[in-house]
Design a protein around this ligand. Structure first.
Ligand code: OGA
Ligand code: MN
Length: 207
């Protein structure tokens, strides 16, 4: 169930995507939910469940610390009540985007990501590098009291040629069209946690 405020937020995201190809929602989730998700991400890290992220698709995957230095673990339905709340919100968003923009989004895949201090992710496009079904990227940040001088911004390269830096502050959600916006993660002086995912449309495999 979504509240009226959440529904209004989802509508703003759709309007922003239509107008500018991206949207920033600084308080997408309640503090209690982001705290629970941050706790879960740290617990998984302590258990050794997060593994170095690869670059590329399927069996072309390679670990390349020169391109990205985060450690990830994919989310599965039923992992925890807090991640299930997030998955259901993203499913709601998927429906609202489909109604407004006819993108034919079918599902969501997402992972926890932990960037150790100094780690980064070089400038890239989500669609072409990893998966051509990825249509809308959604990054939720889980870091309390993030300060600009700690680095770690997501730098978006916008269509008008300008850049926009987003700080990974807890509760902030950034959404963008995966094929359109190159972006990078700048190194930070502290650990940086997020829950990153993609709304995907059907692939056009011939089988
Ligand atoms: C990614 C990515 C952005 C971020 O995982 O593809 O670009 O701010 N993440 O964590
Ligand atoms: Mn990306």
């Amino acid at each position: 169930m979504t509240t009226e405020a959440q529904t209004a937020c989802l509508t703003r995201i759709v309007d922003d995507l239509a107008e500018q190809g991206w949207s920033l929602q600084p308080q997408f989730l309640s503090q209690s939910l982001t705290t629970a998700l941050a706790h879960e991400c740290r617990k998984r890290a302590a258990q050794g469940a997060l593994t170095p992220a690869g670059v590329g698709r399927g069996n072309q995957q390679q670990i390349s610390e020169g391109l990205r230095g985060d450690h990830i673990q994919w989310l599965e339905p039923g992992d925890s009540s807090s991640s299930d709340v997030y998955l259901s919100l993203l499913d709601e968003l998927r429906g609202v985007i489909n109604q407004g923009l006819y993108l034919g989004l079918e599902d969501f895949e997402g992972h926890f990501a932990l960037y150790p201090p100094g780690a980064f992710y070089r400038k890239h496009l989500d669609r072409f590098r990893d998966d051509d079904r990825r249509t809308v990227s959604a990054v939720l940040y889980l870091n309390e009291d993030w300060q600009a001088e700690q680095g770690g911004a997501l730098r978006l390269y916008l269509k008008d040629g300008s850049q926009r830096d987003v700080l990974p502050e807890a509760g902030t959600l950034v959404i963008f069209l995966s094929a359109d916006l190159p972006h990078e993660v700048l190194p930070a002086s502290r650990e940086r946690l997020s829950l990153t995912g993609w709304l995907r449309r059907r692939g056009n495999e011939p089988w």
